[in-house]
Design a protein around this ligand. Structure first.
Ligand SMILES: [Zn+2]
Length: 79
């Protein structure tokens, strides 16, 4: 991994995000992905998408919610 700074997930605010893909011309845009809430966003989207502080609270997602959601979605987990 050569990437230095990854943004915070605007939706669940985890800092464990990853780069999904980037523009053919380097530095134009990057698509990031959050493995916690499965949100993906492009670096060039408006700040109410990319900025956790401006992201619509109605669409916010907490990692705790995800745990609940996952245990509901697949009751028979890998353990
Ligand atoms: Zn997230």
């Amino acid at each position: 991994m050569m990437t230095g700074k990854l943004p915070m997930c605007p939706r669940c605010e985890t800092d464990k995000t990853e780069e999904l893909t980037k523009s053919p011309d380097p530095g134009v845009w990057v698509i990031y992905r959050c493995p916690t809430c499965f949100f993906a966003w492009r670096s060039t989207e408006p700040d109410f998408i990319t900025d956790p502080k401006k992201y619509d609270p109605n669409f916010k997602f907490k990692p705790e919610d995800m745990a609940t959601f996952q245990s509901r979605a697949n009751g028979a987990g890998p353990h």
